[in-house]
Design a protein around this ligand. Structure first.
Ligand code: SF4
Ligand code: SF4
Length: 250
């Protein structure tokens, strides 16, 4: 508006303003240079919009910099609404076992090292599912996600973790605690038939680890009340032996 007609007054009344990235910082500075006025309001004195006696719009806002309320007669008031997570986001997060951040948008595995991956393999994130972003950024991220997804499809194989959970079926009571705590959907408690005596079979619940999905985080091992789960290459005996050796024990 300022570029088309310099005499138009434009005010931006904001609670908090952050211009991320060089492009947006330049855009903000350009708006200031062109004469757009930025007014920061305080939350306990929000701006009020009223119709004046002539039917026009009047915005009254407390301006903390000058410690005064100011009134602006407006031809047009534009409300800016925030982008928020869709109500189905929580449901998708639960079904796919992919995390949401504190702002309820999907949370990538690592903002710098794995920006379009989730901690769960084979699921990728891009665009506004991850948070508010511009169209060009969403497109660039979509290319990145598609490229990441094409790697296992092209290679036709994946490299599994060497350190995974292993269940001692003799100790497992089928309580399901491990299944509850596994963030990667890698463990299921399922019925299994055992031969308890010659010609006598019994069906009991035991935990079963999917080695491809298991990330070796060890959470299930901690949660198991009977000590039925151990981590390959990180058994209690191995760790205790390391501790013992490090303090000069036997
Ligand atoms: S928590 Fe332990 S006892 Fe319970 S189902 Fe899992 S492995 Fe079995
Ligand atoms: S080690 Fe972690 S990922 Fe693997 S089954 Fe246990 S909780 Fe799940």
């Amino acid at each position: 508006m300022k570029e088309s007609k310099q005499s138009i007054d434009v005010y931006i009344i904001y609670r908090d303003l952050q211009a991320y990235g060089k492009e947006y910082e330049e855009y903000y500075l350009k708006a200031q240079r062109l004469g757009v006025k930025f007014i920061n309001y305080v939350p306990d004195k929000p701006p009020k919009v009223k119709r004046d006696s002539k039917g026009g719009l009047k915005v009254t806002v407390y301006f903390p910099l000058i410690d005064k309320s100011i009134s602006i007669n407006c031809d047009l008031v534009v409300l800016s609404t925030p982008l928020i997570q869709h109500e189905s986001g929580k449901e998708i997060s639960r079904i796919l076992k992919v995390p949401l951040g504190p702002d309820e948008f999907f949370l990538e595995a690592h903002p710098k090292l794995r920006p379009v991956d989730f901690t769960v393999d084979g699921i990728y994130v891009c665009g506004t599912a991850q948070g508010p972003k511009s169209i060009s950024e969403s497109i660039a991220q979509a290319y990145a996600a598609a490229s990441r997804a094409s790697i296992p499809m092209t290679a036709k194989r994946i490299r599994a973790e060497a350190i995974t959970a292993v269940v001692n079926e003799d100790l497992c009571k089928g309580c399901g605690k491990c299944e509850e705590v596994c963030e990667f959907n890698a463990i299921k408690v399922e019925p299994k038939v055992f031969e308890v005596a010659p010609f006598i079979k019994s069906k009991v619940l035991v935990a079963n680890v999917n080695d491809i999905l298991c990330k070796g985080c060890g959470v299930c091992s901690v949660a198991c009340p009977t000590g039925a789960i151990k981590m390959r290459h990180f058994t209690n005996e191995q760790i205790l032996a390391e501790v013992s050796a490090s303090i000069g024990g036997p």
